[in-house]
Write a protein that binds this ligand. Structure first.
Ligand SMILES: *Cc1c(COP(=O)(O)O)cnc(C)c1O
Length: 444
């Protein structure tokens, strides 16, 4: 960006790093994403609107593929689709050669509905139902990642007549230093086999005729800014794999190290680049395998947030601005916790810009509130913005992951429309819901 523009943009300019790769400011001082003026998008499609930048989505897929394959050839990249699910996105990911990590019959069904190749789909989850397992076996899905003994027994019965490839999900007992609700790999977790059960799980899986144990998996948590939890878990799991090799002749063909790669939500907290995770993970696997005389397993990674997070921008229109003298200035927008519940449940922090006032100077702190009937429906507390008034468009970056995926119809909210932008063109990939959608399942 030219120096001239930087000076003109003042405080808002620094926040552009949080937006999609194509984000810039046009001559009208509007935020532009994917060549589209976001203020015009808001007018054309209405708000709340989720805008996904195709270049950023494809760029992230390519970055994961190339950074991991450069240091660890053959790495399989699965998109953990719970972060954001949409048919157009699945088609794009299929084109990019990614696989999918699904955690429910619903996710599996959507993948099937777009003809996603079954061989590239891995089925996760701590409480898969018999129906879900049957559906997976009949597809037949690429891998089932078995979480516990109940599932192992269930699957052994259901898998008659199949030869299903499975992995075992292990809980390595590593604290990933993240929010406790997104921690999954510590001892006290509902996910995976606890350390004391690992040996028995491998022996049981190996002795089940209709199951083929191809590997081990762990996922220690989400939004990990450090590589250490991956490296420590790799050590623990590979040590165990070596023991299983000498005890049962088990060959570790696949090692799943989960997802959890961090993204940048606020200017002050940049995560390491993907190449740093790739380097640390691959060198730890290589050195440990050398030490233990194990063949290098195929590496499986499952990024969710880091594929879609930065590509997504949420657009809202400002309605009421309520100033409580000496207390706070509330700027209410036309969305909130129904489309982004993360601040309410995790205390997640976001930044924002006024999309139609990108060059204006900050004029003090405001709190961006949603329109839903909960006092906790606050999107951003105390953020410096230019003067805001009704009709302005607020853009919140890093909104691609776990916003729409966790969205609800609370207060009978219509789930937002979603557009995919590229080279100045916007394609509607999900229309806004209507009253008919809200009542579709009711039987009066
Ligand atoms: C949620 C999840 C992921 C993806 O986590 P992100 O933080 O979105 O990258 C990967 N693997 C498993 C098993 C998960 O549950």
């Amino acid at each position: 960006m030219a120096r001239q523009t930087l000076l003109k943009l003042g405080g808002m300019e620094a926040r552009l790093v949080l937006f999609p790769l194509t984000a810039k400011v046009n001559s009208q001082n509007h935020l532009v994403v994917g060549g589209c003026d976001t203020v015009k998008l808001a007018a054309e499609f209405g708000t709340p609107l989720y805008v996904f930048d195709e270049a950023t989505l494809r760029g992230k897929c390519a970055e994961f593929r190339s950074e991991f394959n450069r240091v660890y050839p053959g790495t399989v990249v699965l998109y953990a689709c719970k972060a954001f699910i949409n048919k157009a996105l699945f088609n794009l990911l299929n084109e990019e050669g990614l696989g999918l990590d699904v955690v429910s019959g619903g996710e599996m069904g959507i993948a099937k509905s777009v003809g996603f190749p079954a061989a590239r789909v891995y089925f996760h989850g701590n409480n898969k139902t018999p129906d879900e397992l049957k559906e997976a076996l009949d597809w037949p899905i690429g891998r089932i990642v078995v979480d516990n003994f109940h599932e192992l027994t269930l699957l052994a019965d259901l898998a008659e007549g199949h030869k299903q490839d499975i992995l075992l999900r292990l809980t390595p007992g590593i604290d990933p230093h993240t929010h406790k609700y997104i921690t999954t790999g510590t001892i006290d977790s509902k996910f995976g086999f606890p350390v004391g059960e690992w040996d028995k799980a491998v022996s049981k899986a190996l002795s089940t005729p209709n199951l083929n144990l191809v590997g081990l998996h762990f996922h220690v948590g989400s939004l990990l800014f450090e590589t250490e939890p991956y490296e420590k878990s790799i050590e623990v799991v590979l040590d165990f794999a070596a023991k299983m090799k000498s005890k049962y002749g088990f060959e570790l063909k696949e090692l799943g190290v989960g997802g959890g790669f961090a993204i940048q939500y606020v200017v002050a907290s940049p995560p390491p680049p993907i190449s740093t995770y790739a380097g640390a993970i691959s060198s730890r696997i290589k050195s440990k395998c050398r030490e233990l005389k194990l063949a290098l397993p195929k590496l499986i990674i499952e990024p969710g947030r880091s594929i879609v997070g930065r590509a997504g921008v949420a657009l809202y229109t400002v309605g009421v601005v309520k100033a409580i003298p000496d207390v706070r200035r509330y700027v209410s927008v036309d969305g909130g916790m129904a489309d982004n519940i993360r601040p309410a449940i995790y205390g997640s922090v976001y930044e924002a810009v006024v999309a139609n006032k990108m060059s204006e100077k900050e004029a003090g702190k405001v709190t961006i509130a949603g329109k839903f009937c909960e006092s906790g429906d606050i999107l951003i507390r105390d953020i410096e913005l230019p003067p805001v008034s009704a009709g302005d468009v607020i853009a919140i970056p890093s909104s691609g992951a776990y916003c729409l995926a966790m969205s609800s119809n609370y207060n009978a909210a219509f789930k937002p429309a979603v557009v995919l932008v590229k080279d100045g063109k916007a394609r509607l990939i999900r229309r806004r819901e209507t009253v008919d959608d809200l009542t579709r399942c009711d039987l009066p």
